[in-house]
Design a protein around this ligand. Sequence first.
Ligand SMILES: O=C(CO)[C@H](O)[C@H](O)COP(=O)(O)O
Length: 237
Amino acid sequence: MSNLIESAKKAAAYRAVDENLPDHAKVIGIGSGSTVVFAAERLGQLSNKDSFVCIPTGFQSRQLIIDNGLHLGTIEQYPKVDIAFDGADEVDPKLNLIKGGGACLFQEKLVAQAAKTFVVVADFRKKSPDYLGVSWRRGVPIEIVPNSYAKVTLDLKELGADTVILRQGGTAKAGPVITDNNNFIIDADFGSIEDPVELHAKIKALVGVVDTGLFTKMTAKAYFGEEDGEVAVWEAK
Ligand SMILES: O=C(CO)[C@H](O)[C@H](O)COP(=O)(O)O
């Protein structure tokens, strides 16, 4: 199973890069997670890789850029990104996303929103048949300023979350996960999300919230590596 999933991720990422990289691209965003590893690998194989800079979305992503011999830039230097590639935890048919499973959502959203074209790479498990929150059952990741966690927890329950969990480092760290921006992550389960735009707006309005893992109206295409080796492409309508 794990080989199958790795092959699916690789097939989706390679095809997404091959089909979407504009000839003139000078600034390319690189997301975080295990699937975008293959997008960075593919970019590193290009003969013209000295002609563009790559903008990371966190520590892991910066390492990917360096390890693949790509030129590293920052979003402060390059606030206009030609195209960005990133993974997702769940994708609905309207190309709304849940992201932040790897706790990198704020910088991922910053780069995605700065990008002219935002392309998702994923394996078949990330597709939702209708709404977000159906196949990804761990809740919506929300980055918060640390000392707001108790208040934001109460606020999220008032907004209707069934469970609100401050994400812990587990065996890797005693206490909460600290993001690349020195913040905390809350995972709030709202069940099936019929209107992610409205839910995002309500959560984002809470004092203490930096951003949510609901990415709406920003994805142009999503590439899914399938179990049979094929790649499915969903496009924004
Ligand atoms: O949002 C993310 C990190 O914050 C990742 O892009 C998302 O979790 C998908 O990761 P993977 O490709 O490993 O499934």
